[in-house]
Write a protein that binds this ligand. Structure first.
Ligand SMILES: NC(=O)c1ccc[n+]([C@@H]2O[C@H](COP(=O)([O-])OP(=O)(O)OC[C@H]3O[C@@H](n4cnc5c(N)ncnc54)[C@H](OP(=O)(O)O)[C@@H]3O)[C@@H](O)[C@H]2O)c1
Length: 239
């Protein structure tokens, strides 16, 4: 039974590492990003793994683009087994602090980090259900952050980002509830603090360590885990 996976924001950082590690695990990998023509590292995989990897343009804020990608997967595979909603933005990061939050930034961060993943899962729901029919379960990983934990709310910046990841966490619970009857597992996963453009050079983990951990967690997931908020090392995080 061929395994089909799709990753958003696959051109750099954690998304690129998801592709690197999934490439030999799945039969068909749709690696999506906003600007395929500029995604040199990602497109290199289409040379080495011609039969496995397709690079598709997808901005997760573009509803029509989401529909196009769904149509493509439907036409070519008829099912999806793994959806990694990885794309995300930090907004103003540390400068996005109380007294300095602006509507445009906050709206954009919510749109990319929370609305985009929710619409992606919604649009792929029937293909995920078809994937679960084929393999027992299908899985959605919403790449969140522990900064979205309401219980662990701290001061400082990242206001829009924290609010967006809290919204993504709620989206995860909603998606899990809606899709449980179709045997689709939905989890929110915190990748750790990772050395990427977003995480910065001083972060604790390499992208390889983070994604290796997330994949180990993912391979052990069962339907009973759906709706959980997990870290890359399998720890359950407080909402
Ligand atoms: N790094 C960390 O320490 C850390 C910690 C916790 C959570 N996370 C989460 O992990 C995920 C990946 O982060 P990262 O560290 O790899 O960040 P990154 O290096 O900044 O990469 C972000 C990715 O998201 C893409 N993206 C941004 N807006 C998009 C849109 N509208 N549509 C489609 N793609 C879009 C970017 O594409 P472009 O190149 O086109 O901009 C890029 O591929 C994010 O959800 C982030 O919140 C990261």
């Amino acid at each position: 039974m061929p395994i089909t996976a799709l990753v958003t924001g696959a051109n750099r950082g954690l998304g690129l590492e998801w592709v690197r590690q999934l490439i030999d695990e799945v039969d068909q990998l749709y690696a999506t990003c906003r600007a395929p023509a500029e995604a040199d590292e990602l497109r290199a995989f289409t040379e080495t793994h011609r039969d496995t990897v397709d690079v598709l343009g997808l901005d997760v804020t573009d509803d029509a683009a989401i529909d196009d990608v769904v149509d493509r997967v439907r036409r070519e595979q008829g099912a999806l087994h793994l959806l990694v909603n990885n794309a995300g933005i930090s907004g103003g990061a540390t400068s996005d602090c109380f007294g300095n939050v602006d509507a445009e930034t906050m709206t954009e961060v919510l749109r990319v980090n929370a609305v985009g993943p929710h619409l992606m899962t919604q649009a792929f729901a029937d293909l995920l259900a078809a994937g679960a029919d084929e393999r027992g379960t299908a899985t959605v990983v919403n790449v969140t952050s522990q900064l979205g934990s309401i219980e662990r709310t701290s001061g400082g910046g990242w206001h829009s980002y924290k609010a967006s990841k809290a919204a993504l966490n709620m989206g995860t619970r909603l998606q899990a509830t809606e899709l449980k009857g179709d045997d689709v597992i939905v989890v929110a996963m915190h990748p750790g603090w990772v050395r990427t453009d977003m995480g910065g050079a001083n972060a604790r983990l390499s992208t390889e360590e983070s994604v290796t951990g997330m994949l180990e967690v993912l391979y052990d997931l069962q339907l009973s885990h759906s709706g959980q908020f997990l870290a890359y090392d399998g720890d359950e995080l407080p909402w």
